[in-house]
Design a protein around this ligand. Sequence first.
Ligand code: KG4
Ligand code: ZN
Length: 333
Amino acid sequence: MIICAIESSCDETSVSLIENGKVLSNVVASQIEIHKEYGGVFPEVASRLHVENINFVIKEALDKADKGFDDLDYIAVTQGPGLIGSLHIGMMAAKALAFSLDIPLVPVHHIIGHIYANELSGTLTYPLLSLVVSGGHTELVLMKDDFEFEVLGQTQDDAVGEAYDKVARQMGLSYPGGPVIDRLAKLGEKGYILPKVKLENPLDFSFSGLKSAVRQLILREERNERPLIIENLAYAFQESATDQLIEKTKIALNTYGVKTLALAGGVAANSRLREKVNHLNDEYPDLNILVPPIWACMDQAAMIGLAATHYIEHNIFGDCEISAVSNKPIETY
Ligand code: KG4
Ligand code: ZN
């Protein structure tokens, strides 16, 4: 069974061929260098670049897997959430392929894709808790069984990746800020103090207060004509952000009898978060902890193909009437 999966929800055009859970090819055309000029993703530019790239990326994914269109059994595509213009390009390409090849179309939820990327690292056992951390999402998702999704808590303001990107901009660093802050934080040490957040639902998150605190700290140092030690600020921000993620995860672990903890989303590439998540085995020795390989934390189509396998098992298909959905709750798959 060969699935051709397409992902275009943000600024990466990606196509992957998956055969029975094995990744045959995974091609990613990243637009990051172009969006860097704007300090973030410029949606209109992203859509246009997806249009330019999509056919080449499909061809390369087929070539790398040494397959042709006739070898494909299913077309999977990210339906949402994401930038609507970007999603439409992948969706139109997927519909055209499924229709012309007369094979089923599988619409996949982007975050469900991020979660199933963990199959590249080990076996998912249930109940499973996923800490989803990306540029658009920060949430704790409980899966009591395969393909059951319940959001236990989520960010009340910025997503953690968004906070990384915005704090990096405040510090005069380039886009995307996550990897840059991650790198600088390793060179920093304890010095600056940033406040903790308290929220009504202990499983919810908040990062805008942390972002404002960084801004205030930068202004305070400027006022006092003290040079800003950006490595130490990166360190303080990274510790605060990852502490909050771990603290909430532990509350959920203590409540739901979880067997597997799966890290998901672009911020899962963060070195300190990976370290802290892996350390949870000291406190929870029986917990199966999964962290995707770095390449699979970023947006790419292999995760969409892996998730599509589960959609197919659950008989969830789309037709030419379906459309991209920019805000798509995970409970609606
Ligand atoms: O999942 P993703 O590729 O796109 C979305 O679905 O949003 O996540 C992108 C986010 C960006 O905010 C980026 O700064 C962040 O992931 N990111 C990181 C790291 N690598 C990527 N954040 C912290 N540390 C990293 N090493
Ligand atoms: Zn993503």
